[in-house]
Design a protein around this ligand. Structure first.
Ligand SMILES: Cc1cc2nc3c(=O)[nH]c(=O)nc-3n(C[C@H](O)[C@H](O)[C@H](O)COP(=O)(O)OP(=O)(O)OC[C@H]3O[C@@H](n4cnc5c(N)ncnc54)[C@H](O)[C@@H]3O)c2cc1C
Length: 459
């Protein structure tokens, strides 16, 4: 009898799938967005998928995995774009989506089960006049646990900063992977141990997240005759603390033309700022746009624009998706443009690249400062060319994460300290959680010469 059969027997009536076709499908995430990962991860598959419905069932699954020494990879919505939830060594795929629900909202904090779809959390919150501070552009499919374990920020970061910034995750209840799984509640700076660790050091069961007032957001597209004016506006808007906003995404012409749905909205040759503005700030924003030489070319209530999707699906990773509809070879890099001299850095990179590589950046807060994230849009030809772009960005002081690899350390968004190593050893003594994604004691192998993002505080 194989270990998998023993495992299935031990977990009793927890729903299980062993159909190979389903397993292959569910063992993928959105890594195909990266041309480098497309081939590297082809064919990786779990041996069994389990969908526990309660904390007790999760505990049963985790205990049995530890007893039989089977690899265990958590999966939320499977929307991660670096293959984070692909089981590199087979074993068990722990589908968290049946463990869902909003458990309570009190004192500006929501307590939720980690398998809840992000948008479902927002629907529950809005009934009480609140919403999440930050959501990913994948909000309709991603789970809140997957966002915290695999994501970094998103819509809302223009006001609140990145997920890693203090206060954006209140608490994480996590389970260790042992024969007798333990539950621990992490608070304060300790939440950083599990955030962006890809489920390699604990399974998140419940979490507490801060909420914000729910506004009837305006989705605005603002056109500028040149990219530097657009960038200057985007940075200034972020600094304008009295204007309440949720998204500032600045995209150079011809990106608006290549995003088919926006084709005739932004005038020829114009770059666009894609912004979410609270209704209370609409008039102030209009004057601010005029002062910066821009023109508002679209202004709709959320859910009422004619573009076939909310405007946040034309920013972040979704912006790239829109572009890949026109050419699958389009790709990009996750450059973090530091706060100091931000506009000068953007202008310097802009001056170095060919206009067939238009700039795409999101502007938001990180550690209380306004930064940019993104890169020129690349048409993937070879690793060598992509490496050249990494070097060009880094030569201008841009910190580049490797969005084309699966390892936590190789990606370079989470800074690993001795505390992380100890925590991993304590929570996952048999090394079963999402194996291959966070290995210590080995040289970091990089397929690109990235040096990773830099922050003042580890985590
Ligand atoms: C088009 C596109 C746009 C995107 N936009 C954004 C964006 O705006 N902001 C952003 O941050 N990211 C973005 N991403 C990346 C991804 O959507 C986010 O990381 C997302 O929130 C992941 O949630 P998920 O439930 O799909 O997680 P999954 O893909 O299922 O998992 C992500 C990681 O978390 C782990 N995990 C899942 N659940 C748990 C749990 N309960 N306990 C422990 N570990 C767990 C998995 O093992 C995996 O390593 C985007 C991706 C795509 C393809």
């Amino acid at each position: 009898v194989s270990a998998i059969e023993d495992f299935c027997r031990d977990i009793g009536d927890v729903p299980v799938v062993t159909d190979e076709r389903v397993l292959r499908l569910r063992s993928r995430d959105q890594f195909a967005i990266s041309p480098l990962l497309r081939s590297a991860l082809a064919g990786k598959s779990a041996d069994v998928l389990v969908s526990p419905r309660s904390k007790d069932e999760i505990r049963r699954v985790v205990a049995a995995a530890a007893r039989h020494r089977l690899p265990l990879t958590a999966r939320g919505g499977g929307t991660a774009n670096y293959g984070q939830s692909v089981p590199l060594e087979g074993g068990i795929l722990l589908d968290m989506t049946s463990y869902k629900g909003v458990l309570g909202i009190k004192d500006g904090i929501a307590r939720v089960c980690s398998g809840t779809v992000v948008d479902d959390v927002d629907v529950a919150l809005r009934a009480q006049g609140f919403e999440l501070r930050i959501h990913p552009s994948t909000t309709t499919h991603a789970t809140i646990g997957g966002f915290v374990a695999g994501g970094s920020g998103g819509i809302g970061s223009a006001q609140w900063g990145m997920l890693r910034d203090r206060g954006n995750i209140v608490a994480l209840e996590v389970m260790s992977c042992e024969e007798e799984p333990r539950l621990t509640e992490l608070r304060g700076d300790d939440v950083a141990l599990v955030h962006h660790a890809y489920g390699t050091n604990a399974i998140i069961t419940e979490m507490e997240v801060p909420v914000a007032p729910a506004w009837a957001w305006r989705e605005c597209l603002i056109a500028f005759p040149d990219y530097i004016s657009c960038a200057r506006f985007g940075i200034a808007l972020a600094h304008e603390t009295g204007i309440v906003k949720k998204l500032i995404s600045i995209q150079e012409w011809p990106v608006p033309q290549w995003m088919r749905a926006l084709n005739n909205v932004v005038p020829d040759g114009h770059s666009m700022a894609n912004c979410y503005i609270a209704p209370q700030s609409r008039d102030a924003c209009k004057d601010f746009v005029v002062e910066h030489g821009g023109t508002i070319v679209a202004d709709h209530a959320s859910g009422e624009n004619p573009f076939g999707a909310p405007l946040f699906e034309f920013a972040y990773g979704h912006g790239l998706r829109q572009l890949q509809k026109a050419d699958l070879k389009f790709t990009g890099l996750q450059g973090l443009f530091p706060a100091a001299g931000l506009l000068d850095t953007i202008a310097a990179v802009h001056a170095r690249v060919d206009r067939s590589m238009p700039m795409r950046l999101e502007i938001f807060y990180s550690q209380g400062e306004v930064v940019g994230m993104g890169s020129p849009l690349l048409t993937f030809e070879s690793d060598t060319e992509m490496a050249r772009m990494v070097e060009l960005l880094q030569s201008h002081g841009v910190h580049v994460a490797n969005s084309h690899t699966t390892g936590v350390r190789e990606v370079g968004i989470k800074q690993i300290t001795d505390r992380d190593i100890t925590f991993k050893q304590v929570m996952d003594p048999h090394g079963l959680l999402n194996p291959g994604k966070m290995d210590f004691g080995t040289e970091i192998e990089r397929n690109l010469p990235t040096s990773g993002w830099v922050f003042r505080r580890a985590g």
